[in-house]
Design a protein around this ligand. Sequence first.
Ligand code: TXA
Ligand code: MG
Length: 369
Amino acid sequence: MMEHKWQTKHWHIHNVVDKHVDNLISHPHVQQAASWINRDEPVAFPTETVYGLGANALSDKAVQKIFTAKGRPADNPLIVHISAVDNLAGVVDEIPAQARLLMAKFWPGPLTLVLPRGSQVCQSVTAGLDTVAVRMPAHPVALALIEACGKPLAAPSANLSGKPSPTRAEHVLHDLSGRIVGVLDGGETGVGLESTVVDVTGEVPLLLRPGGVTQSELEEVVGRVEIDPALSYHLDSVHNTAAFRPRSPGLKYKHYAPDGEVFLVSLAKGVKAMRRYIQECALRDREQGYSVAVLTTDDGKGFYVADLVISLGDRTRLERVAQRIYAALREADQAQIQRIYVESFPTAAVGEAIMNRLLKAAQGRMLEP
Ligand code: TXA
Ligand code: MG
């Protein structure tokens, strides 16, 4: 059975004092992980966004194993991770001027660029598309691993397909234990949501997935950036129709969803109305025998009566909120919660990415108080 193929190794590396990339390359755990990757076995590793499951992007056999381990649909392409712009030779065919500007400003960092595909990238990475997604992660362990392997790494988030992305090595082990050789544990990831994805193959850059780098930050560098119409908030009703087929193939699948049913509650009538409504729903559901969790912020924690109340931190510090969301959804699963009510956030800055992921976790269910 796939599940029991490996005694998955947990390689601790977060307690290393000197986290410079050059020193980490020779670390025995990084070397071990790299040698497995060079034998075509995928390994999980930390990035500044979420944990990734990495394999040699030039080996079809290796990349296939990522899809198998995650249960990922074959038509959903992967992001290629590099440690230096020089690594792009053969990976991409051409670097448009706007792409160069964005790389100079945001790499290493949570920005993925969709570029014309190079000849060396294997078919399964791009799912047959003539473009390839690439990024340079800003995490010393990720950079050291790529350097130690000496090749670009194809890496999706290291979760079972459809589940919330892992922000800790324990999340990776929960989903993929027995299915992969090992995970490099670099502690909790910083951003907590996946990278921003921008297609730079056209005249005007197109935002395919919001993330840690915001639209206005991109526009400061390249002027106007358009948004993929598939990202509209009523995503669920439109995203599989012909008119709104997302350019980013991954967007059409169920995503970030815990086992419990998620309900996102609108902020349109204000925080007070949102909270009163959630509490009413929670009471009603609990009377009917459901276990209920509420995801709120520090200022709302004392307000709710439910089986589990999780604070995502200070409501005004959206970056901290982003970092905690996936762990909170997983915590609700651990507690075997059946219904999870989640408060909305303003869509300014990283709030855009937060609401994008929450709406998907809720499979499009947005309740209006
Ligand atoms: O932060 C991240 O990006 C993390 C870490 C591990 O780097 N990775 C990640 O990978 O989120 P994944 O596979 O979970 O998401 C990749 C997204 C998918 O929505 C996929 O459809 C899209 O990027 N994508 C990949 N190649 C593409 C392409 N050629 N054109 C358009 N979208 C593409
Ligand atoms: Mg993913």
